[in-house]
Ligand binder design. Sequence first.
Ligand code: NDP
Ligand code: KPL
Length: 311
Amino acid sequence: MKIAIAGSGALGSRFGFALHQADNEVVLIDNWVDHINAIREHGLKMTIDNQTHNAAIPIITPQEIPANVTVELLIVFTKAMQLDQMLQDVKPIMNDNTKVLCLLNGIGHEDIIAKHVSRKNIFIGNTMWTANLVAPGHSESFGAGSVNLQNLAPGEENMAIAIADVLTEAGLNAHFTENVHNTIYLKACVNGTMNGLCTLLDVNMADFGATKDAHDMVASIVKEFAAVAAFENVQLDVEEAIEFVEKCYDRTTIGEHFPSMHQDLIKNHRLTEIDYINGAISRKGRKYGVSTPYCDFLTQLIHAKEDIILK
Ligand SMILES: NC(=O)C1=CN([C@@H]2O[C@H](COP(=O)(O)OP(=O)(O)OC[C@H]3O[C@@H](n4cnc5c(N)ncnc54)[C@H](OP(=O)(O)O)[C@@H]3O)[C@@H](O)[C@H]2O)C=CC1
Ligand SMILES: CC(C)(CO)C(=O)C(=O)O
């Protein structure tokens, strides 16, 4: 399959590498000059479970998309705040049949995608794969992961299944789900707890999980996500969601991962996606008349930390 990855940072590189190894025709798209130069000079370095591989995968900026070249599948892996601009910039690589798959963390990305792509071509979901950038041109990933996805428009189920199959053939363990908004809210509970809290406390997920009040903090936040989700016809089972979050503490799977928000703010001194995670719940809470004090405070704390670190 002809596939472009729009936003080829940590996870975009991980997916691009796996799909390339599975004989798909992959092109990486990014704007980060050092990263592009490193991949052009040395290939993409991908460390998976402590084994480093190298792959000669083409990487271009959106401005370098050749005329009359389009892809069958575009996977977006920007940060949430870059999504709108990236979709605008990569328009030349899409034709009327190009499918767009979004696995970004956060809630509501389909509204941004729908500004650029017809709904029949939009596929949304999320992923439990983890990755981090070691250096420009070098992504690292460990542990197991999965992908859940669904078509946005009714009638595109077979295409969603076909996309999941392409990912699974590349070892990315993808599943078609019939209730993607439930899956997205469930994953948002992980990000709404792990990302902000591990960033503020400067710990990985396993070390956070070992703290005395971890369970209570997680439960308080998850209850707010569930209360808001109910207004969007998504019924989250709170106990199940807490259990799902707490699985992330397992050191034999992804427990030693520092969530992507920690990588953004603490390691790379970049803005975070908090407004698309806890901030989204606060905004929706205000809209539906649901009180969300934990999400409000966590959003404010992360913004304060951004102000301190990025000043
Ligand atoms: N990393 C993870 O483990 C996971 C991430 N996700 C989600 O996947 C999406 C992509 O995340 P992730 O792959 O971590 O994002 P990255 O930060 O690794 O990459 C995203 C983009 O940020 C820019 N960038 C990153 N680092 C630098 C840098 N040091 N200097 C300049 N530019 C840089 C690049 O775009 P540009 O040059 O165009 O600015 C890059 O394409 C997010 O929504 C995230 O929440 C979901 C699950 C796990
Ligand atoms: C769940 C987790 C922590 C890893 O998949 C993640 O989504 C992130 O790092 O942002």
